[in-house]
Design a protein around this ligand. Structure first.
Ligand SMILES: Cc1ncc(COP(=O)(O)O)c(C=O)c1O
Length: 392
């Protein structure tokens, strides 16, 4: 494993990066690997038949789809039976919420630091099963969910806890292992939204100690599908939503319905191959990118970075949001659009409870710059120069 990272070589692998646009809304969606694009074209051109058949082309399709599943499972250190691939993380959490067995009258703990994807399904669950919701938050300036600030909310009636691994606004990495340990001591299940973590660091569900974990491949250089993990033990609490005559053994059996998007699933091995051996290099490179932007933002009295101001890659990923005193976030982004090719955004990014109730922001929310490993230090220096002009 190497901490040196060849960003030029990485960029060569993404056809979209050959145009005059700097992509800085990667937390919204990353660019797609060329190998993924080619593999989808090949699949649709030659092997696009209904799965399960025994004729020649059918067996090729079955194998490719199966390789997609096993590759995704191995990548996140899960077994084949512990994952299901579906349309989106939102859809998969909604499916899980329709299938989860929690004793009526129990309590669940939900965080206010979330994308709504990891809230709405559990509010729906609470309505369906008459559960009481307890809200978990960490005030400014810490804005960090920890085992310590969760503990006062836990008790014998709590049966389910959900939080994000990394907020799509704040960028700080939560210690989900420590949180999982206290959740399990309390006898509850733990569900983590890994969508903002997965593009930056290796997912290892066993090391995290979580019961449920999901992320979206379209933010991890792939196509528009997502994956949900449920440990074998946690699947005891998941009833099958499949047709009565279908098997119910695996998570895919229980929540997969009619099969995932074939061409997208079978392209996952290309992402996994690409990322292989790059973990430490990506972390180190992203640390440099976030240092360039944070050095500027932290140097300005009129700018508040939301969440950690540290550029330490052990503390945060390069999803950085800020507000500027006396300026609205929308106007800053619109001015940048007019004078530059830097593509970043303003808003609440579906983390509305966080923006309204915890951060107390106005309707325009934050300015968010979200970088990934294929961005360059030169790009971020250029962005800083643009921001200096706009904010002068
Ligand atoms: C942290 C986080 N969770 C969940 C989602 C939703 O993912 P999906 O579009 O796959 O439902 C997003 C999308 O932006 C996100 O940033």
């Amino acid at each position: 494993m190497s901490t040196t990272f060849d960003v030029a070589a990485a960029r060569e692998r993404f056809p979209a990066l050959k145009q005059d646009q700097v992509f800085l809304d990667n937390a919204g969606g990353s660019q797609t690997l060329g190998d993924v694009i080619d593999s989808i074209t090949q699949y649709l051109s030659k092997t696009n038949v209904q799965l399960g058949a025994s004729y020649h082309t059918g067996t090729l399709s079955n194998t490719k789809y199966e390789e997609g599943y096993t590759s995704a499972a191995t990548y996140m250190n899960a077994s084949r039976d512990e994952i299901v691939i579906g349309a989106s993380t939102t859809q998969l959490f909604m499916n899980l919420s329709a299938a989860l067995k929690i004793p009526p009258g129990s309590e669940i703990v939900l965080s206010k630091m979330e994308h709504e994807t990891n809230v709405k399904p559990w509010v729906h669950l609470a309505d369906r099963l008459n559960l009481t919701i307890k809200w978990w938050e960490s005030p400014k300036p810490e804005l960090k969910l920890t085992a310590e600030n969760l503990k006062p909310l836990l008790g014998p009636k709590v049966k389910f806890v959900a939080c994000t691994h990394v907020s799509n606004i704040l960028g700080g990495i939560h210690d989900v292992r420590a949180i999982a340990d206290v959740v399990h001591e309390a006898g509850a299940l733990f569900c983590v939204d890994g969508v903002s973590f997965a593009p930056h660091r290796r997912v290892d569900v066993k090391a995290f100690g979580v019961d449920f974990y999901a992320f979206s491949w379209y933010k991890v250089y792939g196509p528009h599908v997502a994956v949900l993990y449920a440990s074998t033990a946690a699947q005891e609490h998941v009833k099958s939503l499949s047709h009565y005559f279908n098997p119910t053994k695996t998570l895919e059996d229980k929540l997969g319905f009619a099969g995932s998007n074939y061409e997208a699933v079978q392209s996952i091995p290309r992402i996994v191959e690409y990322l292989e051996g790059k973990d430490e290099g990506i972390t180190a490179h992203e640390g440099k990118l976030q240092a360039v932007l944070l050095d500027f933002l932290n140097s300005r009295e009129d700018i508040t970075v939301l969440g950690s101001t540290s550029a330490d890659p052990a503390v945060r990923v390069p999803t950085i949001s800020f507000v500027v005193q006396g300026r609205n976030s929308r106007e800053i982004v619109e001015q940048a659009d007019k004078v530059s090719n830097f593509g970043f955004r303003w808003g609440h990014f579906y983390s509305k409870r966080l923006c309204d109730e915890v951060l107390g922001l106005g309707a325009e929310g934050v300015v968010r710059v979200s970088m990934v490993h294929y961005n360059t230090e030169d790009e971020i220096r250029g962005l800083v120069e643009t921001l200096k002009k706009i904010l002068s």
